[in-house]
Every structure is written in C-alpha cells, then in structure tokens.
Design a protein around this ligand. Structure first.
Ligand code: ZN
Length: 140
C-alpha cells in the first residue's frame, strides 16, 4: 500500500497499491480495502474472490498530472446464489470511464464555457464530454 498516495487520492475505502509515473500522466493502481462484499441478489456477504477485473478510469488531476486509476472491480462468488457478482463503488458508476468527481468537475467547466473547449482542455473528445454531462444529469 502507498500511504501518501492513498491519502492524497482521498477515495473512502480505497487503497493505492502501486503507481507508475508516465511523465504527464500518473497511473494509480487502486483496490477496495474491504475483503467482504455484499451480494446484490440475496444480501449475503461473500469473501470468496472470483476474479480481478482491472479498468482504466480517469480521475481528478494532481499537480498538473492527469490521473488514471487502474481500478480493480473485483468479482466475488456468492455461496448462497452460486453466482458471481461485481463489487460496486460509490465514486464511479457501472461501466463509466471517469470518476463521478471528475464528471462533476467537467460539468462545472461546461457551465462556464462550452463543450468543445472543455473537451480540448481536458484531453477528451466532444462525445466523451457529452456523455459525461448526460450521465450526471440522469444521476441527479
Ligand atoms: Zn447471493
């Protein structure tokens, strides 16, 4: 575990396990601290890790570095249902490629600028910015 980076990242319950500095980009390897996850079907707690699933997601920048989280969305197997399920996170929606706080920051920028400029400034495509805006407006 990387205590300083975990503290700086400040995502509750998540640990930074490792990192790589790619110059302009910082990649943080992130995993949930808990070893016990609740099955969404039956509510049974499972500690049986089935598979690791790593995803790259964009998070808020740190000191001019773009931050990518190499996020482990672990799959557990429920002994009651006999089926695997993926853990969910408070800070990012399912299948999203940006954390919610990154999405909120983008939406704030769009309010004060326009979609195309925000995309350019944040190394995103226009489509990605549009998708972020749509995602957050649905979430509210
Ligand atoms: Zn279950």
């Amino acid at each position: 575990m990387q205590p300083l980076l975990t503290q700086l990242l400040d995502l509750p319950g998540m640990d930074v396990e490792d990192y790589s500095d790619l110059g302009r980009e910082l990649v943080l390897e992130v995993e949930a601290r808990t070893t016990k996850v609740t099955c969404p079907r039956c509510g049974n707690d499972s500690t049986h890790l089935h598979q690791n699933h790593w995803h790259l997601v964009r998070d808020l920048s740190m000191s001019q570095h773009s931050v990518l989280l190499k996020l482990n969305r672990r799959q557990f197997k429920c002994h009651v249902c006999q089926k695997p399920f993926s853990e969910t996170f408070e800070f990012i929606g399912e299948r999203r490629r940006h954390t919610d706080r990154f999405a909120q920051m983008i939406v704030q920028q769009v309010i004060h600028s326009d979609l195309h400029n925000v995309a350019k400034q944040n190394d995103l495509t226009d489509e990605e910015v549009a998708s972020i805006v749509q995602y957050l407006s649905k979430k509210k």
